[in-house]
Design a protein around this ligand. Sequence first.
Ligand code: DX5
Ligand code: ZN
Length: 236
Amino acid sequence: MQPRPVRIAPSLLAADFARLGEETRAIAAAGADWLHLDVMDGHFVPNISFGPVVVKALRRHTTMPFDVHLMITPADPYLEAFAAAGADIISLHPEAGAHLHRSLQTIRALGKQAGVVLNPATPVSVVENVLDLCDLILVMSVNPGFGGQSFLGSQLGKIAALRRMIDAHVAAGGQPIALQVDGGVTVATAPRCIAAGADVLVAGTAVFGAPDYAAAIAALRGPDETASSPHAKGPA
Ligand code: DX5
Ligand code: ZN
């Protein structure tokens, strides 16, 4: 069987915030597939990062897909602003609003790809009835809010369960869905995520904290995986 291509989405949260444009260009040049942008409101999660203004400012620095992870509640009133700012993928947590199905419809109606993020305690069943609206499912392998936390191995079973669910969905004629993991992804934990079925790895500290971004990205991709073309668009 052909190895599944693994995409690497460095999380800007671990970049130098005084030089975000430069960091964005550097990570694109280093072979990152997507840029993961963590939006935090100090309410849904106990930390504050940045909003659509920053996403918009970075948009002119790269053509790399922007993978926007919203850790805000409510999220619905801001979807349009993030779409207009240049997000390509917008992911939200089901706990951030009362109507996940409607939120995903809104993102799709804005012409963007839609993602659902599962916290460590959130069950897989949450996405079961909205698979047709998902372009991406993100498994949090830490509690959201901060970079640099330790990987929760308890989430590997969830990744495997979602891999089976997605494969069955695609086999039945459904659209492709990327399976992403976020939190504590390192050269030690990345192979476990890939073996469980993840095909997009988010990594903050392991990339922006490394002296050589290109080497860090290549190391996370792993020796056995097919290198995807830089900036490959979308989850297919
Ligand atoms: C956590 C964020 C992550 C974070 C990952 O709330 O969603 O994207 O930046 O950072 P590392 O890779 O350092 O765990
Ligand atoms: Zn994230």
